[in-house]
Write a protein that binds this ligand. Structure first.
Ligand SMILES: O=C(O)c1cccc(C(=O)CC[C@H]2O[C@@H](n3cnc4c(=O)[nH]cnc43)[C@H](O)[C@@H]2O)c1
Length: 248
């Protein structure tokens, strides 16, 4: 199966690439910003691994990640080689104590936490205002297979536009989303692009920091990158044994 893996930044993309031995090829996307061939400008090109996975540094935040992912999906579809799966991947914050630093979370629900309206009675998601969607659900059997293969916990991964930086905000998010294990900034954007193309989506986060009071010194980005590399080394067998019809 052809899969597109969308990370936020090139360092995450390269951590995923280290799981796949062999030569990589850079493929330029149409209409990408920046200088031609500049691999470190979000959305400019995909890195094609010898294993057949295309890796995209899609940019930080849900909007740029959605735009870059949609571009890659459109280019592949028009080229007659559409993707069968999109994976949003990267480092993320883990809710404690369920998702410790260096652990992995696979989303069974990809939920945008801050798309809605504040009211005197609290936050209302856009769906309660009559618009759109706030959750995408990856195929259940794929989530099960991939979590088991990677030794990851399945649970909700929240997408936020602002990294949580206080205990109060972390508690508020957990009160609204009791199943949440992690947060990142791109999953929902990547999932919206995948949904627009009718392609299933996964989200995989390696926990680099606790969700809560901002303490930059406590971030373990190197450990999270290593966990990401190890996780993607175990992805291929789980994908190969996945039968999409099990989820219909
Ligand atoms: O606050 C800082 O000093 C700081 C330093 C380096 C990176 C950041 C980020 O905000 C990175 C955001 C980037 O990484 C993902 N990520 C990682 N941890 C979290 C989190 O706790 N909450 C949300 N996103 C997180 C995110 O997906 C972005 O791609 C800050």
């Amino acid at each position: 199966m052809r899969a597109l893996v969308a990370t936020a930044v090139p360092a995450e993309r390269d951590a995923v690439a280290r799981a796949f031995p062999g030569a990589n090829e850079a493929i330029r996307l149409p209409g990408g910003p920046g200088r031609p061939g500049d691999l470190d400008v979000p959305g400019v090109s995909v890195v094609r691994t010898a294993a057949g996975y295309d890796l995209l540094a899609a940019g930080v935040g849900p909007a740029l990640a959605a735009a870059s992912t949609a571009t890659a999906l459109t280019a592949a579809a028009l080229g007659g080689t559409p993707y069968g799966l999109v994976v949003s991947a990267g480092i993320g914050g883990g809710f404690q104590p369920e998702a410790p630093l260096g652990s992995l979370v696979v989303a069974d629900a990809i939920t945008v936490a801050d798309l809605g309206a504040e009211t005197a009675d609290g936050f209302l998601p856009v769906t309660e205002l009559g618009f759109g969607t706030v959750t995408h659900r990856p195929p259940a059997s794929l989530v099960r297979g991939v979590s088991e293969a990677m030794g990851a916990r399945p649970g909700t991964i929240l997408t936020v536009s602002t990294v949580t930086g206080t205990a109060a905000r972390a508690a508020e998010l957990r009160a609204r989303h009791p199943q949440a294990l992690a947060e990142g900034m791109e999953g929902f954007g990547v999932a919206e692009a995948a949904a627009a193309h009718g392609v299933p989506v996964l989200e995989i986060r390696a926990v680099s920091n606790p969700v809560g009071p901002r303490d930059r010194a406590a971030w373990r980005i190197g450990d999270a990158f290593a966990a990401l590399t190890e996780a993607f080394g175990k992805l291929a067998p789980a994908l190969e044994s996945w039968n999409p019809y099990d989820d219909q």
